[in-house]
Design a protein around this ligand. Sequence first.
Ligand code: SF4
Length: 280
Amino acid sequence: MQINVAQSAGFCFGVKRALGIALKTARSGIAIEMLGDIVHNEDVVREVTKVGIKKIKRLGEGTNKILLIRAHGVPQKTLKEARKRGYTIIDATCPMVKEIHEIAKGAEQNGYKVIIIGDHKHDEVRGIIGQLKNKAVVIEDVKDIPLKKVKNIKKAAVVVQSTQNIEEVTKIANVLKRAIGELKFFNTICQPTQTKQREIKGMPLENDVMIIIGSKTSANTKRLYQISKSLNKKSYWVKSKKDIRGEWFKGAHRVGITAGASTPDIATKTIIEHIKKMNR
Ligand code: SF4
């Protein structure tokens, strides 16, 4: 049985960078707090907690503490509040997310209504909304477009959450183009996500079985799984080797493996070894 691993499997540039910053900051010996998990992966969160970085739900007293900002970014008011409370800020926001902030802010300053294509509840989307003075319109699905509201907009700028699926985004953008007189569309899906999506559109067709590795809390892993499943019914989403079932590989000659942007390489390596062992 041949095992084919996606070149883009695992940590994206932004997650690698954020994790590097977190581990380096931890060596400073100063108390570090972080709003939420560094990435949506339990193993990585455990690693970060082990070096002393504390996850918090809301800001507390910040004197003599560092607040570490995750790759997804945060609203401006969170930074302001943190500084007021005395925190020193270490910002690990992914530069590609920062670029979305800048595009959205620039468009608003030039009189465009900002429309964000993304998940309402995702921290990255909240962070983008939180850069703006006016309320942004968030669209999650082509079925949820608030057409009445959208038709009243004279000029709009569309930005996209970095991990969205380009096909769904294009459907939404096409409806918006027909409804709004002047529309600027910025495809802000990041390069690592585009590479991942390109691979996941080919691999399920070239392999008998697809294994997608990542936490059930990871939105980008879920998206990879959904695309894979739509192309190959024998697609399985696993977190660890314990989730693997021998019967999935019956009669399979080629197995494709990919992993979400928050999945550590060690998880992928362990699963590959496990599949190899099962087939010896
Ligand atoms: S998915 Fe893209 S934008 Fe998000 S952290 Fe990774 S590289 Fe940055």
